[in-house]
Unconditional design. Structure first.
Length: 278
């Protein structure tokens, strides 16, 4: 049995599908098991990762665990996993974990999560993806409203990755030997500007979409309306101050899965219906 946390998220939903295709038993940790939209064959289970004592049912019989970062008691959560016999943990963090910057809210929680896993005594693999291609779904309201897509940090190139590929690597790390103690740096095949992504969407959708950059003041106001200020500050330090470079392309997806990482064109075609229904 493999327990997937964040099972309805961008990566978790793809991982549930990948594990089911591989013939594995999959338990999906969700907020409301009665209402969870999961593929046939996945077992929904409730529990609160901030309260390790609530996970007794979720962890029963589990041997592999896919874990998201940043919970209140990561050491306690991992200790509970070890007690019940979990044999392999794959932790999803991000490139900023390597910065180990305790003054940056995002880097801090990712770094602390990695440290807790390393100290847990459990066999582990860490995945550090860069920006997700699925972040483009945030543009849906603007695509609904017209042909202009306004973005923060318009001059920053990122080698964004398809969550499908993150899940593919996670599946291999959970199922195959040879990944214990490794940190997999994960990117897509090319570093693109937001304008490059918008141009791809325009072609896929047959729309005359245009990309415009927000000023820093505009970007900050928009982001603060959607997330806590410490996280906004973190992203400004990453992409405005330049403390995090997500433009470097890593070949990890190819090495682990045996196929190239998906392009943004492939992601856009796979998700075109989401944009066409707006």
């Amino acid at each position: 049995m493999i327990l997937v946390t964040g099972a309805t998220g961008n990566v978790g939903s793809e991982l549930v599908e990948a594990l089911l295709r591989a013939g594995e038993q999959v338990r999906a940790l969700v907020r409301n098991p009665a209402e969870a939209a999961l593929p046939a064959g996945a077992e929904p289970v409730g529990g609160d990762l901030n309260r390790p004592e609530s996970l007794t049912r979720a962890l029963d019989g589990v041997r592999g665990l896919f874990l998201l970062p940043g919970y209140d008691d990561m050491p306690g959560l991992l200790a509970r996993a070890r007690e019940v016999g979990v044999r392999r943990v794959v932790l999803l963090t991000g490139g900023s974990a390597a910065l180990e910057d305790m003054t940056n809210a995002v880097s801090r929680y990712m770094t602390l999560s990695e440290r807790a896993l390393r100290a847990s005594g459990l066999p582990w693999t860490i995945l550090r993806p860069r920006s997700f291609m699925s972040n483009a779904l945030r543009w849906l309201p603007q695509v609904r409203a017209g042909d202009v897509v306004r973005v923060p940090f318009a001059d920053v190139r990122t080698a964004a990755i398809d969550p499908y590929d993150i899940a593919a690597v996670a599946a291999r790390a959970l199922l195959d030997d040879g990944h214990d103690g490794l940190v997999h740096e994960l990117t897509g095949p090319r570093a693109l500007l937001a304008a490059d992504q918008v141009a791809v969407l325009a072609e896929v959708l047959g729309r005359d979409l245009r990309c415009e950059g927000l000023t820093n003041a505009e970007a900050r106001a928009e982001m603060e309306a959607a997330m806590p200020v410490p996280y906004v500050d973190a992203f400004f330090r990453f992409f405005s101050d330049g403390t995090l470079d997500e433009s470097y392309v890593h070949p990890t997806v190819q090495k682990v899965t045996g196929r190239p990482a998906r392009t943004f064109e492939q992601w856009a075609n796979a998700h075109a219906d989401a944009f066409r229904t707006v």
